[in-house]
Design a protein around this ligand. Structure first.
Ligand code: SAM
Length: 218
């Protein structure tokens, strides 16, 4: 099983159905619940959502911070697919959300990001690195590591390789899937030394079979 060879075309055709799919599973709420108790959030932090898509993490993170009375310093997001970014821009407009900057970029060509998009306290990425060719996965992690401030953290949500996710995400959403051992190896190859696996809060127990949560310090 392997990811689609053309994620941009794939998600251009599926921006709306993807948004419907994740709504069904209360995925954004699950990410928000995880972030709501995370010690990684503080006022003034620089945050990047890598592969922001329709904004599940970016919006969930913003809501989690607001609920705790925290305000991000900057909140940036990039994605390969303009149609996904358009969907997110529409959500930001509809919700009168200000202060979020978006850019189109490929995680494998981060030089294309604006020059000031650096030194993040937190780079968060969900369900995106599955679409990078397997052999480029450590390079993609290493590129994101390069965007972190010295004491910054990469927070990754990524699909597990198991019998349930193979048909549901692997085949249906044409995604690569990863075991914990494969992730440990890739994070080490990318230069991360402090890598911790985390869990979804109990209320979102059903997201556990879907995804790994990894916090990796630069
Ligand atoms: C399954 S969606 C996830 C979107 C969002 N992060 C979420 O959790 O709902 C995958 C996203 O990754 C983006 N993507 C795939 N390959 C990418 C790449 N090489 N660089 C940046 N974004 C990419 C796609 O355009 C799509 O928006």
């Amino acid at each position: 099983m392997s990811a689609t060879g053309d994620p941009q075309a794939f998600f251009t055709a599926r921006a709306r159905s993807y948004a419907r799919f994740i709504r069904l599973f209360r995925y954004q709420q699950g990410l928000r619940a995880y972030l709501a108790r995370s010690s990684l959030l503080r006022s003034g932090i620089r945050v990047l959502d890598a592969g922001c898509g329709t904004g599940a993490v970016l919006l969930g993170l913003r809501e989690a911070m607001a609920a705790r009375g925290l305000t991000p310093g900057v909140l940036h997001g990039f994605d390969l697919t303009p149609a996904m970014l358009d969907f997110l821009r529409e959500s930001l407009r509809a919700g009168a959300v200000a202060g979020v900057e978006l850019a189109q970029a490929n995680v494998l060509s981060l030089d294309a990001l604006p020059a000031t998009w650096r030194d993040y306290d937190l780079v968060v990425s969900a369900s995106m690195l599955e679409y990078v060719p397997r052999e480029r996965f450590p390079a993609a992690l290493s590129g994101l590591r390069g965007l972190l401030a010295t004491d910054g953290t990469l927070l990754l949500f990524i699909t597990r390789d198991n019998w349930l996710m193979r048909p549901l995400i692997g085949r249906w959403w044409r995604s690569n899937l990863y075991t914990a051992a494969q992730l440990r190896q890739a994070f080490a190859a990318a230069g991360f030394s402090d890598v911790r696996f985390r869990r979804f809060p109990p209320r979102y127990w059903y997201l556990a079979p879907w995804g790994h949560i990894i916090e990796a310090r630069r």
